[in-house]
Design a binder for this molecule. Structure first.
Ligand SMILES: *Cc1c(COP(=O)(O)O)cnc(C)c1O
Length: 424
């Protein structure tokens, strides 16, 4: 079967031919590449063409594709049965590792990042007796109803939904503020403290492209909600175990942290955790209901524990920093040579090349990027065997399976693809 056959049949089976929208390549144009298998830093399409991969399954694959320890753990676990609807040793193993690494007192495993944030918000509302949630423009926290909301430009407003099917009264419970704007956060609480249950934020924004938080913004996040009796929810679904072994450390005053992606090694997982007094509000101890037929699944937790074994020494993170820096430097040189307005934002192994001259501090600024130039660049890289996330507003992930050879090949391709993107 050719790539095109598969894509064509998928369009008759799934809305838009996909089971998650960004995979459709609609924001860059062209046809999506169906992937048949992965190995280390590479993926192979159904026709056997090899690509150096920077999608990394959108975040989980920090050790690259099919690392031996993870694969072996999944094989072993699968042979012993795939689900029991009962406590299993595997979930205790992973829970012990996550708690030791993060300092959270209790965690609950769920099946996705979406479930983690959804439950965290329910918990915050129960803990405070308040209803309103504050999020930031361009922050992505999964697809539950109340989170599919964005701001009117600049000014804090109660939200209008980004998605059809979200009733206005639900969207109206989400307030959206600009990212990296401590004054807007303080201003919100000056007027709305009594109804605000929680603030949810990505510790480093990874879903508007990579956008770094300023020190002043982090300081405000760590102090302002607490001063007004609201909870701080750190969405560490990307950042947890991505930059160091455990939470990012950027939001030490968070009341609830949400995890996902890396801790499941590419199998479906999410987790939320916090102090026992907050977490114990969850059923069966407390009045906040939450459940999951497959939560804490043995295959997933075995994979996650093997992944964390591969990360625990911390050596991986210094290697990832080296590789990330090497890629950043190479891309910056390519940008200068191509004389194209673009910049690279990087933290550790996560990176975005924005087609915009200055580093963006907010989603409004990120959105000023030239998405046409990004589309041409994406196509130019793909044709040279480099698979980038198919949107300007996604983050590239380097894995520990990448080497300087792959990074150098990527930079060589970028020199040509940037020139093409500039000259179009
Ligand atoms: C991916 C992501 C989620 C949602 O996780 P899913 O497993 O896709 O539901 C939530 N928050 C952030 C920051 C994410 O990047």
């Amino acid at each position: 079967m050719t790539n095109q056959d598969l894509v064509t049949e998928a369009r008759t089976l799934f809305p838009g031919g996909v089971n998650s929208p960004v995979r459709s390549f609609r924001s860059v144009g062209g046809n999506p590449v169906p992937i048949a298998r992965g190995e280390g830093p590479f993926v192979f399409d159904t026709e056997g063409t090899r690509y150096i991969d920077y999608i990394g399954a959108f975040g989980p694959l920090i050790l690259g594709h099919a690392p031996a320890g993870v694969v072996e753990a999944i094989r072993r676990s699968a042979g012993e049965g795939t689900a029991f609807g009962a406590l299993t040793p595997g979930e205790v193993e992973l829970g012990r590792r996550v708690i030791a690494a993060t300092g959270l007192e209790r965690v609950r495993f769920v099946n996705s990042g979406t479930e983690a944030t959804m439950t965290a918000i329910r918990l915050a509302r129960a803990a405070t007796g308040r209803a309103v949630l504050v999020k930031f423009d361009g922050g992505y926290h999964g697809h539950s109803d109340g989170l599919l909301v964005k701001a009117g430009s600049g000014v804090a407003t109660l939200g209008l939904s980004d998605s059809a099917g979200v009733p206005e009264p639900i969207a109206a419970l989400t307030a959206v503020l600009p990212y990296n704007d401590p004054a807007a956060l303080a201003g919100w609480f000056a007027g709305h403290a009594a109804e605000t249950a929680a603030v949810i934020v990505e510790s480093v924004a990874g879903n508007m492209g990579l956008v770094e938080p300023t020190e002043a913004f982090l300081e405000a996040l760590n102090t302002v909600p607490r001063a007004h009796g609201a909870l701080l929810i750190a969405d560490e679904v990307i950042t947890g175990f991505r930059f160091r072994y455990g939470l990012s450390g950027l939001l030490p005053r968070a009341d609830i942290a949400c995890l996902g992606k890396v801790i499941g090694a590419g199998l479906p997982i999410g987790a939320l955790g916090g102090r026992a007094e907050v977490m114990d509000l969850l059923a069966p101890l407390g009045p906040v209901y939450q459940a999951g037929t497959l939560s804490g699944n043995p295959l997933v937790t075995a994979a996650g524990a093997a992944m964390l074994d591969g990360l625990a020494s911390g050596a991986v993170y210094s290697r990832l920093e080296e590789l990330g820096r090497h890629l950043e430097n190479g891309l910056n040189t390519a940008i200068r040579r191509a004389e194209i307005p673009a910049c690279v934002v990087r933290r550790g192994s996560a990176l975005t090349l924005f087609f915009r001259a200055g580093v963006p501090a907010s989603y409004a600024e990120a959105r000023e990027s030239d998405t046409g130039a990004f589309s041409r660049f994406h196509a130019g890289m793909l044709k040279r065997g480099i698979l980038l996330p198919p949107s300007q507003f996604e983050t590239w992930f380097v894995s520990a399976a990448h080497s300087e050879d792959e990074i150098d090949a990527t930079v060589r391709a970028a020199h040509e693809a940037l020139r093409e993107a500039a000259n179009a």
